[in-house]
Design a protein around this ligand. Sequence first.
Ligand code: KIV
Ligand code: ZN
Length: 432
Amino acid sequence: HQKYRPMPTFKLADRKWPDADLSHAPIWCSVDLRDGNQALIEPMSVEQKLEMFSSLVELGFKQIEIGFPSASQTEFEFCRRLIDENRIPADVTIQVLVQARKHLIDKTYEALSGVTKAIIHVYNSTSIVQREKVFKLDKAGIIDIAKQGAQWVMEGAVAYPQTQWQFQYSPESFTGTEVDFAVTVCNHVIDIWQPTPQRPCIINLPATVETNTPNVFADQIEYASRHLKHRQAVKLSVHTHNDRGCAVAASEMALLAGADRIEGTILGNGERTGNMDIITLAMNLYSQGIDPELNLGSIEQHLEVFERCTQLPRHPRHPWVGDLVYTAFSGSHQDAIKKCLAIQKDDQPWDIAYLPIDPADLGRDYEAVIRVNSQSGKGGIAYLLEREFGVRLPRWLQIKFSQIVQKVTDQSGREVSGELLYELLWQHFGSL
Ligand code: KIV
Ligand code: ZN
């Protein structure tokens, strides 16, 4: 991926975190069908979940958290249908969430019986507020819950030897927990699971509520990366929420601080202000020359599925994939884009003012790049007429005609289409 040259501000050599490795994609885990789904006004039906699962597979996710099968009949049934109808490709691992409670863990194994491989994701809350106000437990009590959960998860797997199991633990509300205590809890879990590089476990550190700046979160991840036991046998995962609007930045910096794996959702659906938006992070990496290892060239057809199943429309200015993000209305932007496009060579790095990537990489075209409204200038008008009707205006006519268009757009306050421009041109200068 030589297409984009690294931005001058993105200097890996200057990184603060020596373990950082941002030369390749992280392990992605989509939590759309669990965290995303639990935040919807109307949770998805089994059929909708099946459709979304197929989209996630086509997009290239190799790990997909599919739900909380011990928590509801719909979730249980969805899990069974994936397994019974052989819908899980060989290179995809499904993940399920469960609390550290024995009967729920047993039910989870039942839901997964017969699956080829799966990740059991067990969690309990560790934060000060949850300890003091919700569970009324001290630190030792919280450690006991985590250890019990880890033990039950390990024991449950014994009854299903035909499945390749992987275990994941989250100290939920990590961001409200003293970081050294959170790591101590994780280390107790690691002691029980005894992972090896061949059979690693996953430790997932969630910004359940985003309370800090991304650099502070990254410092916490760095601390964990340095203090977790059997680090070579642990995949360090992060799961950021977007309460301060920085979930993507926090995950991105966590990667620089040593995280191996990222959980998030497509377009950032999730509790409150959402989960970390995987598409934005993946495209951020892509634009820095790092292959995100997701099939983003066909993203449009999948976004249509996500919007329909979640009933959440995409903002027209959503980073990278909004309808308007490759469109310029202002005259000076149009002029610069036009000049750069005219000399861009296919074999050279993409280098177009105001267009950080080639929209074609996301399956988009240039048709919408230049559009005309009251903010546009003669360059944009000339560009549209030439592109859509092959009409080339001499410079003096561009100036005169743009004054007429300006009046029309000022009065209407609206955008003008290529057809309307052509009509106006004909009306005013047809006799020339
Ligand atoms: O946000 C969170 O803490 C979670 C956990 C269950 C990982 O979704
Ligand atoms: Zn979450």
